[in-house]
Design a protein around this ligand. Sequence first.
Ligand code: ACO
Length: 442
Amino acid sequence: AENVGIRAIDVYFPSRYVDQTELEQHDGVSAGKYTIGLGQSKMAFCDDREDISSACMTAVQNFMEKYNVSYSDIGRLEVGTETIIDKSKSTKTVLMKLFEESGNFNVEGIDTTNACYGGTSALFNACQWVDSSAWDGRLALVVAGDIAVYSKGAARPSGGMGIACILVGPNAPLALEFPLRGTFMEHIYDFYKPDMSSEFPTVDGPLSVTSYVRAVDHAYAAYLEKLEKIEGIANPSLSDLDYVVFHSPYTKQVVKGFARLAYNDFMRSPESAQFADVQQFKDVGREESYTNKVLEKAFINVSKGMFAQKTEPTLLAARNIGNMYTGSVFFGLASLLSQASFDQLDGKRIALFSYGSGCAASVYSFRVRADTSAIAQTIDLSTRLDSRSKVSPAEFEAIMDLREKTHNALEYEPTGSVDTLFPGTFYLQKVDSMWRRAYGRT
Ligand code: ACO
């Protein structure tokens, strides 16, 4: 198949959010800590009416309706998520409920899990299927997203919730550059979910931040090596990437990730004119560089102009929703398509940096080869973000407490109001005496 990649994309996020300025006041932290320190404006969340299965059903059903795709056209469905409500039964099998009416049960693919990386792995699987001799000519769907919630404390404002649904096939406007990828994986305990009774992760915040940056270094170096070997580009650098989408735990981390690309370019070519003002960092050791705040600031400064051009347009969803874990990079892509015109995107290379704690990371890229404006119109991102309603921090906290208390409850009927949900949202009706879940749709 030719030009395999992303043919269409849509995103689902809940109708309610908490304002980060109000949350700063409520939490008694200094003004600006969440809004400037983390770079976040709003955080999306859900109550006990939604779980990962209902949210993925919402994303998929809305996608199929908006893009007028038939369930019988799908031959593969991959789910990337780390929001687990069952240790055996996959979210993919729950989504098969939506296929019933079409009579199409011949659908490959299953769930992929490792922190925020599962969506990228799912996308690779789907693209590789279409590109392989196992492909039967049908399309593939990739569903990637999470309910990102943290226990009370420093990490809580870096939560969020969102699910991306992506259609993969040949002749795609965003063609995956198959051989151009760099990956970095290693064993590290930075963010993990060993407590099966809780929805919350166990987090070593500072370690997760340096691990993210280390992964940027290694995955970027491996990607540049491919640009050199496969594309024949001598001295490849950021200038060979037109746009760069990052996994966004919060947007400040993306600013730092981008600055790290510039730092890597500097270490590869310190004599380059753009780096005249940062020569003093040439001899700082790489290990030391991870915690050197002066160096970090200097490279944020040096890369400011490029950041504004290549990455700022990718942050609309992340800043206003929060972390979507596996969905995050695809919300970044959706933001870029919504914020940049097709004239700006035409023929350009969009690179993605996907990071999942634990850790698994890749840099990979797409080439824009056909008009994406119909996709942007369908996602209608900024209008939909603006149509949400704000909830007070006190109510948000009460809802978080409710989720914590009722997580994994047996014979449970949720108490959250169905009226607050966007039209077309699936919701949990009840959990029966055998933990079987029943869903309705608004
Ligand atoms: N005005 C402006 N900036 C402020 C203010 C203020 N009033 N107060 C603090 N800041 C800045 C700090 O200087 C710091 O900036 P820096 O990062 O440039 O040094 C930033 O805000 C964060 O402040 P900290 O005190 O470092 O924050 P804290 O330790 O309380 O929590 C953390 C931050 C660790 C990211 C936490 O939110 C967390 O654990 N989140 C979950 C883990 C995570 O998201 N990791 C990222 C990669 S892994 C993943 O995707 C899950």
